[in-house]
Ligand binder design. Sequence first.
Ligand SMILES: *Cc1c(COP(=O)(O)O)cnc(C)c1O
Length: 426
Amino acid sequence: MTDAPKFNTLAIHAGAKPDPTTGARATPIYQTTAYVFNDVDHAASLFNLEAFGNIYTRIMNPTQGVLEERVAALEGGTAALAVASGHAAQFLVFHTLMEPGDEFIAARQLYGGSINQFGQSFKKFDWRVKWADGNDPASFAAQVTPKTKAIFCESVANPGGIIMDLDAIAAVAKKAGVPFIVDNTMATPYLCKPKDHGADIIVHSATKFLGGHGNSIAGVIVDCGTFDWMKSGKYASLSQPNPSYRGMVLAETFGNFSFAIACRVLGLRDIGPAIAPLNAFLILTGIETLALRMQRHCENALAVATWLEKHPKVAWVNYAGLPENKYHALQQKICPKGAGAVFTFGLKGGYEAGVKLVLAVNLFSHVANIGDTRSLIIHPASTTHSQVPRDQLAAAGAAADVVRLSVGIEDKADIIADLEQALAGV
Ligand SMILES: *Cc1c(COP(=O)(O)O)cnc(C)c1O
């Protein structure tokens, strides 16, 4: 018996084989809108979900399919769905789970864009978010009501540098009988396996470390295959007969990968945020080097954080990889291979110093992104979190003095030298 392939092997091979017609070794970019049916019966069986196959690139595409198999393999899930962005992934997850008037509980220390999406746009669908404290699993339990349909958190929160106790929050979801959704964007499956800590559904902004090169927007939903939709009976899209598929009950037909199917054949079909085949190809190529990049990202971030801690103009550094950090013990449990590339620090000079610093750097780029090979810097209070209500800024880890770094994979001496010259002028 041979062992199952390990992480690096999966990152390069999962889902891919040489193209059967041309022999192309890299996964081709299937730049096509539609696919020829064998005959009328074949077409009908595809439309009725009686056979798997390509119909139209809004719903599936072979390049996208390889990406889906690869991310599912890396996360240990049963299936995945790749879509146009991380936000599209989150939207389709909730579109599949929620009915108007339903509630879900989310950590309030999320990516700023997710705070807007959940708190503002979801209102239009009457999907109601209840905020909890990502540092306090009991605060999730306190918000559970009969209308609760899901619990959502980030494994490593962007930008606060908070590591959430996934096992403890998963226990709350289990007790409430709802799926536990984890945004694993910042950690990636190389650093954290949410499924091993109780996640039922994982979402990614593949735009960040999975793609890794800052060149394309994409998102992925992973179905861990762990939630029993039929037993629950609370999720109509999965356990009720579907009128657009001749009364098929998706959870009955597709079992432990029915959530990924429902997101595709209902959400993606009707809402439409399909990933471009070229973007699927770029993310796939990035994933091949995920482990190597994450190792270097973590090594560089730890070196930069250690250096910043001793700088006289720096008030504090919040990097869970530092041994004295308050999240260090949780980091050892949730993402033991490293604390990631993104962390925050505070400038003694406050808001003005933060604005000056982002203008004074040369190697660092002042951008609203993370997870690039390049080192990136931002002052969240004046940019990514400028739409977050003032009284929620500090809770989201984006108070006025906070600077966020996404440390790249350049030489660490050059990264530190750039910060040194920029801090000299602050
Ligand atoms: C960027 C990001 C998102 C949103 O992803 P897009 O690809 O930009 O739509 C969601 N969650 C986290 C943690 C992110 O960093």
